[in-house]
Design a protein around this ligand. Structure first.
Ligand code: FES
Length: 107
C-alpha cells in the first residue's frame, strides 16, 4: 500500500492508503475525501483536482505531464510551482508517504 497524506486548506490532515497505479485523485474520490472534485474523472479536462505537492516530494512526483500546465491555468485557486493535477500523479511504491496540500477552492 502507498500512504498519501492530504492536507486541507484549513490544515486538517487525512491519511489514505492506495495501491500502485491509483492516482492521487482517484484515491481521494474513492474514499470520499473533501477538497478534490475531479469533474472530468481524470481525463485532464478540468482543473478541479488541483493540488500542491509538498516541497519534500516535488522531485519524486516528477514534472507536469503534457497539457497539464495549460489546464492548470483554469484552476480556481492560485497556481504555484508546486501545483499539479492530482489525476496525473500515479502512485508508486517510491511515493509511499507522499504529502499533498489542497487548495482553498476547486471550482
Ligand atoms: S480530474 Fe479533471 S483534470 Fe484531473
Amino acid at each position: 500500500m502507498v500512504k498519501v497524506t492530504y492536507v486541507a486548506h484549513d490544515g486538517t490532515s487525512t491519511e489514505l492508503h492506495g495501491d500502485p497505479g491509483d492516482s492521487v485523485m482517484s484515491l481521494a474520490i474513492a474514499q470520499g475525501l473533501d477538497g478534490i472534485v475531479a469533474e472530468c474523472g481524470g481525463s485532464m479536462m478540468c482543473a478541479t483536482c488541483h493540488c500542491y505537492v509538498d516541497e519534500d516530494w516535488a522531485g519524486a512526483t516528477g514534472p507536469r505531464m503534457d497539457g497539464e500546465e495549460d489546464m492548470l491555468e483554469s484552476a480556481a485557486s492560485e497556481v504555484t510551482g508546486r501545483s499539479r493535477l492530482s489525476c496525473q500523479i500515479r502512485l508508486t511504491d517510491t511515493l509511499d508517504g507522499l504529502v499533498v496540500h489542497l487548495p482553498e477552492e476547486q471550482v
